[in-house]
Each structure stands twice: as C-alpha cells, then as structure tokens.
Design a protein around this ligand. Structure first.
Ligand code: ATP
Length: 296
C-alpha cells in the first residue's frame, strides 16, 4: 500500500494542477469570446506610438437595449492629463473602462483616440496603446515574475524588476522565501487585494501604454495604504493620458478634471476646487467621505 501511495499522490497533485490550468485556459477562452463580439473594420488603421488624447463624444450604451446604462456622455482627456470619474455605485463608471478597451461597442456617439473613432482602429493596436488596471485583476496560476512579464513578454529581467520597484512591489517580493518565483495560486488567491492590484500596476508599467485606465478598488483602506496606492497610481499615470475610476479623496483631488456620473449621465464636471465651490453633488460626496474618514 505504501508503495502505491507515492504514485497515487503524485497523480492527485498532477490532476489538481491540470484542473487549475484548465480554469485559467477557460478564462482565457471566455475573454477571447468577448473579444470576438467586436470585429476589426476592413480598413482599420494602426495607432502611431506617442502621446494620445482620449474623448467620449455623446456616448450612449446599453448592455440590454431595454435599459440604458450611459446616456450622452461627453468627456475629453488631453494627452498627459488625468481625468477622474466619480459617482454612486451602478452609475456606469466601470462600463466606461470596458468601452475604451472595446469589450463592447457604443450604442450611439463615438469614443476617439487622437480624433479617430476606436472602431476604425485595429484591435491589436488599440489594446497595445491602452493599459487597464482593473478592480479585480485576473492573475495566472504561475509565478509573480510571469504575471508581471505578461505585460510585455519580451521585456528583460531588469525591466521586470524596475516595473516591480515602481509599483512598490519589489521589497515585498524580495521578502518572500521564493522571491519572484512565488506561485500566486489560482486567480492570485495567495495575494491580498492590494498586492494583486500592485502586480497589475507593475504589469501595466512594463507594458508602457500611452493611455492608462485605472479602476480603483473600492475596498476601505487605512490612510497609510491609501497614501501608498496614491504614490503607485501617480507613478503609473506620469506622462500618460489617464482615465481613473476613483473612489478616494486623494485620487480625486489630484486629477486635472473630475466628472460626476449619476445614472449614466454626467451631472457635474470641473476641478476639485471648482466643484467644491459649486456646492452640488460632488461637494456632498466630498463632505460624506470626510465625515467617514473622521469617524475612522
Ligand atoms: P460600482 O461603483 O459599483 O463599480 P459602476 O458605476 O462602475 O458601479 P457599472 O459596473 O458600470 O457601474 O454598471 C452600470 C450598470 O450596468 C449597473 O446597473 C449594472 O448592473 C449594469 N451592468 C454592468 N455590467 C453588466 C453586464 N455585463 N450585463 C448587464 N448589465 C450590466
């Protein structure tokens, strides 16, 4: 029986590993199916590398035609600027990010990069130009190193380390017994939410996109972690055009422009100071967050 144990145990481990890889493969196929819903235009153009502007021009969108999610949304992010979108849950903020990456096409209006409708741009070139840091990053059940490298598979070892340093992840990784070779577990379950988001930031820095879309995690953070994340976000946004789905005061205050989205419509826009003095929806949200922070 003992002689049988080792091979059977090995088979068990192998089975679990294969099953986990299959989960990842299924996810990938799931993503690919989404991608196929939108197709390249016959004469789709390539985006030239360099600074890019991003604009939404009277965009309307519905997942289900009976229920509009975005109505007449117009916004412009000039090259190198940061625009923050705030608003109550369900207002359509994350949907903006999905539309920029063309997971779905708009129902009306257009999204443009450097003035070109993104439906006229090849998907490969569009996705090279944009880096998304989602709220909940999908990590592959592989090493931390591999998960960062995924941002640009031909990057050198030094570039991977530099990206991890910029995302303030390097010291954490260096303290792990297996360092960069640490396996993150299925969907990254062995990492905390903040650590996963930092892997996503490092991956995006390595990719070095002209446009950054950052969907800030909603989870409550202590003020030290909030400051750390703010630093990483600023590192990621530096020199890029950034669209940030924001939940925190610190993120919002530093943006060049803030847009308030309510039930899929832009109800206010302006700088932090201008919106505070307008004393509308943004000012009310701000007071509420300040109050919550004091209670903490
Ligand atoms: P939160 O701050 O809670 O993340 P949000 O402002 O980002 O919210 P979205 O995720 O953009 O909101 O969702 C906007 C609306 O679209 C919601 O009412 C949501 O239920 C709906 N929705 C989101 N994804 C889908 C989908 N795949 N199919 C159908 N409806 C969806």
């Amino acid at each position: 029986l003992i002689q049988l144990y080792a091979p059977l145990n090995f088979l068990g481990v192998l089975y679990r590993e294969i099953r986990q890889s299959l989960t990842d493969i299924e996810r990938m196929f799931g993503l690919m199916r989404t991608e196929r819903e939108v197709a390249d235009a016959p004469n789709a153009s390539e985006l030239a590398a360099g600074p890019m502007s991003l604009s939404f021009d009277a965009v309307g969108f519905a997942y289900d035609p009976r229920r509009p999610v975005l109505t007449d949304v117009s916004l412009t992010v000039p090259p190198g600027h940061t625009l923050a979108v705030v608003g109550h849950s369900g207002g359509g903020k994350s949907t903006l990010a999905r539309l920029v990456f063309r997971f779905y096409d708009v129902s009306s209006g257009a999204i443009r990069i450097n003035g070109t409708d993104i439906r006229q741009i090849s998907q490969n070139s569009l996705r090279r130009a944009i880096g998304i840091v989602p709220q909940d990053t999908v990590l592959f059940n592989d090493s931390i190193y591999y998960n960062i490298l995924y941002g640009r598979p031909d990057a050198s070892h030094e570039e991977v380390i530099a990206a991890a340093q910029a995302a303030q992840l390097h010291d954490f990784i260096s303290r792990l017994p297996d360092g960069y070779e640490t396996k993150v577990g299925e969907r990254g379950l062995k990492l905390s939410g903040g650590e996963k988001q930092r892997v996503a930031i490092a991956r995006t820095l390595l990719k070095n996109p002209s446009i950054l879309v950052f969907d800030e995690a909603t989870s409550a953070l202590d003020s030290r972690t909030e400051q750390a994340i703010q630093g990483q976000l600023e590192a990621a946004a530096r020199g890029r055009t950034a669209l940030i789905i924001a939940h925190r005061l610190s993120t919002v205050m530093n943006a060049d422009e803030i847009v308030v989205l309510e039930q899929g419509r832009v109800i206010e826009r302006g700088s932090h100071a201008a919106l505070l003095s307008a004393d509308g929806a943004y000012a009310a949200m701000w007071r509420l967050q300040l109050q919550e922070r004091e209670e903490d």
